[in-house]
Design a protein around this ligand. Structure first.
Ligand code: NAD
Length: 403
């Protein structure tokens, strides 16, 4: 069989630990035998980030801007323990944070549902996609400790030097303060990314903030969403038979729990951080979740939602067998290949991505799965396999689907 040809390279961002091992296995077993894989390779493994003073992360994000589609492996965000382990020059920042800051954009995370794994909330029969605003708020905060007796103020100096001043608090004891910001342009592109994604998926958008308490900050999010919806999307949503729904965040969580799923839940940065882990856990596993960062100018970065699975990596290094779930990493590749196929008009590549996803789901539904899913699955004929044997089982089904 002739290999599928690509036109434009994918930006490939390699990563760390067990996911780096899986990355190579996926390429060897499921991609390069079928595709003449074109990538521009960036090694975001911690060793190379340290060697390049983290320049490689910036370069990979800029390459993503140039080519439009990237696929990223999970990477270590260094903490104190990693300093001696990797002999680091500095405690480098989270690569995801760096990439998100350069691309701006919104992260969409959707659970991958399979038969045999019932969500902890059994009424969630359809996936809930979390759309996380990937800019600002507490992630770009400035904070201080304030000793007793200090007066904390919020000051904004406009371009003509005029100051607006508000007292935050007069501290009678030691305390803390935090300054956060967001930008109207970023909130607007967050709104547009959610509305476009909704039209693409034919699903409703829910959005929630705490605008009753935060009458300027959160209220601005609410107002920008409403204005963009009314002016640019209302007619398109009505034609597609979908809705935009705004409510308070506390009301939203109550409704989410009672819902059947099947919508996009737009979340501010922090809400999205927390809710995506809750939703992933409730649907079964972080390893059964797709994740894509969509920038306002239509740039896509696909990744797995989980980390580098450190514990399995240490087992792997000792020569012990691992049973690590590769589904999220695999779906990062299929998402990126399908998008490349769409942009370059390569139906064969898109079909390959569809078949590979189908083969993966069928493998699990046939009872062949890694240890994490084995613990959750209610299938009677289930069988636990190791990391590589799972990929080989997917390959058997892929061969059948590709004919
Ligand atoms: P983790 O996601 O690697 O692991 C959390 C737990 O989930 C562990 O018990 C792990 O065994 C299990 N798990 C996660 N993915 C799994 C999979 N595919 N198959 C089977 N089990 C799986 O997160 P962590 O342990 O908090 O972090 C490990 C490293 O990953 C850290 O250095 C952290 O900085 C990094 N990290 C990276 C990303 C990213 O690049 N997107 C995200 C989170 C954490």
């Amino acid at each position: 069989m002739a290999k599928i040809q690509m036109k434009t390279p994918l930006v490939e961002m390699d990563g760390d630990e067990m996911t780096r091992i899986i990355w190579q296995d996926i390429k060897d077993i499921l991609l390069t035998p079928y595709i003449d894989l074109k990538t521009e390779y960036y090694d975001l493994g911690l060793v190379h980030r340290n060697e390049t003073d983290d320049q490689v992360t910036v370069d990979s994000a800029n390459a993503t801007k140039k080519y439009g589609v990237a696929v990223k492996c999970a990477t270590i965000t260094p903490n104190a323990a990693r300093m001696p382990e990797y002999n680091l020059k500095e405690m480098w920042k989270s690569p995801n944070g760096t990439i998100r800051a350069i691309l701006d954009g919104t992260v969409f995370r959707t659970p991958i549902l399979v038969k045999g794994i019932t969500p902890y909330i059994p009424t969630w029969t359809k996936p809930i996609t979390i759309a996380r605003h990937a800019y600002g708020d507490v992630y770009k905060n400035v904070e201080m400790k304030c000793p007793a007796g200090s007066k904390a103020e919020l000051v904004c100096t406009d371009k003509d030097g005029k100051e607006t001043r508000e007292t935050i608090y007069n501290f009678e004891c030691d305390g803390i303060i935090q300054g956060q910001h967001n930008k109207s342009t970023s909130i607007a592109s967050f709104a547009r990314a959610c509305f476009n994604f909704a039209l693409d998926k034919k699903q409703d958008v829910w959005f929630a903030t705490k605008d009753t308490i935060s009458k300027k900050y959160d209220h601005t999010f609410k107002d920008i969403f409403q204005e963009i919806y009314d002016n640019e999307y209302k007619a398109k949503f009505e034609a597609a038979g979908i809705e935009y729904f705004y409510t308070l965040i506390d009301d939203a969580v109550a409704r989410v729990i009672r819902s059947n799923g099947g919508y996009i839940w737009a979340c501010k940065n922090y809400d999205g951080d927390v809710m995506s882990d809750m939703v992933a856990t409730a649907y079964g596993s972080l390893a059964m979740m797709t994740s894509v960062l969509v920038s306002p100018d239509g740039i896509y970065e696909y990744e797995a939602a989980h980390g580098t699975v450190q514990r399995h990596y240490y087992k792997h290094l000792k020569g012990e067998e691992t049973s690590t779930n590769s589904v999220a990493t695999l779906f990062a590749w299929t998402g990126a290949l399908r998008k490349r196929g769409e942009l370059d008009n390569l139906p064969e590549l898109m079909n390959f991505a569809d078949c590979l996803e189908k083969a993966t789901i069928e493998t699990i539904e046939d009872g062949v799965m890694t240890g994490d899913l084995y613990l959750l699955s209610t299938l009677e004929n289930k069988k636990k396999v190791n990391t590589v044997d799972f990929l080989k089982a997917v390959d058997e089904r892929l061969k059948m689907l590709l004919g």
